[in-house]
Design a protein around this ligand. Structure first.
Ligand code: 6GU
Length: 306
């Protein structure tokens, strides 16, 4: 799995991938990250990447030419869409014969005589912008199945929309607030997707767990049968965690967690998940998979609230 990040601030990414899980995944070669300086794809003396918006208004817009050149340098061709009818693309992209790939994956061939833009179906091009669709755990899971994810970091007031039209499969936002650029968002997307790639969290799973021979990301319950958090994907928030010491700051860890009764622990944790979700993210309850028992508990909690 390889991430390609196109940015006008390449130094932003020095250090950010050098810690914890991400650092190890990179060191072990499970994942690669390429950082691409947008200014390297300019041809003028001032290495201009932006210009004033047509129609007037605040701020600057990232020009299309350097972005297109950066994408093409990565073997990314314009996509098949209403915007690109008749556009041509190389048949071999990033060493992959995309026509053969399209056949194996039964991607519908295009109808313009075989020279159409067939893009590698294992590559996705994503524009990061505050106007994008909200990024979710479900999307992170999808990205983790791809071979290559190209992330374009927006800047200034925006990116010339024709880059979105011509090249991007998806416009993504990481939340309802405005960042000064897509760089932080790119790091968020890389982190969230990378940890779901089989093997990346492998060393943290217990041997018991590994004996199932199934990737971490594919299991939706943990060792004790407790469902994993499906946050943002129709699940509940995680339950609260405690570790030693049993007494801290005048507060005791919940006794139920110390008594070794796993049935009781499971039930307690499930109740805590329901409580936490009701308190912090009641919107998630609407689509959560809830058992009859969950619903009874939830009703009781809601009555407790009133
Ligand atoms: Cl991806 N970019 C910017 N500029 N702001 C954002 C965002 C992205 N996601 C949330 N806010």
């Amino acid at each position: 799995m390889r991430f390609e990040i196109i940015t006008i601030f390449p130094t932003f990414f020095t250090g950010i991938f050098e810690n914890g899980v991400v650092r190890r995944a990179l060191a072990e070669g499970l994942v690669e990250v390429g950082i691409h300086d947008l200014r390297a794809f300019t041809h003028d003396r001032h290495r201009t990447v932006d210009d004033r918006p047509f129609g007037g208004g605040e701020g600057m817009v990232l020009k299309p030419e350097p972005l297109a050149a950066a994408l093409e340098s990565l073997g990314i061709a314009v996509k098949n869409s209403e915007f690109t009818a008749g556009a041509k693309a190389p048949i071999v992209q990033a060493g992959v014969d995309v026509r053969a790939e399209a056949r194996t994956l039964q991607v519908k061939p295009t109808d313009d005589g075989g020279e159409a833009s067939i893009r590698n179906p294992h590559t996705q091009v994503i524009l990061l912008s505050a106007q994008g669709r909200p990024f979710t755990q479900a999307m992170a899971r999808e990205l983790a199945t791809l071979d290559r994810v190209v992330l374009i970091c927006g800047r200034y007031e925006g990116v010339d929309e024709r880059i979105n039209n011509l090249y991007c499969d998806l416009e993504l936002s990481i939340g309802d607030y405005v960042l000064s650029g897509g760089e932080l968002a790119a790091a968020v997307v890389v982190d969230a997707a990378m940890r779901l790639i089989p093997g990346v969290l492998g060393n943290e799973a217990s041997s018991e767990f590994e004996s199932f021979g199934v990737a971490d990301a594919e299991i939706d319950t943990d060792i004790e049968g407790v469902p994993r958090s499906q946050h943002g994907a129709g699940g509940l928030l995680d339950y609260p965690h405690f570790t030693r010491p049993a007494e801290f700051g005048g507060l005791s860890a919940p006794a139920v967690l110390l008594n070794g009764d796993h049935q009781q622990i499971r039930r307690w944790r499930r109740e805590q998940q329901l409580r936490k979700t009701l308190a912090n993210r009641p919107d998630l309850l609407e689509h959560a998979a809830l058992s009859k028992e969950d619903r009874k508990l939830l009703d009781a909690l809601q009555r407790e609230e009133q």
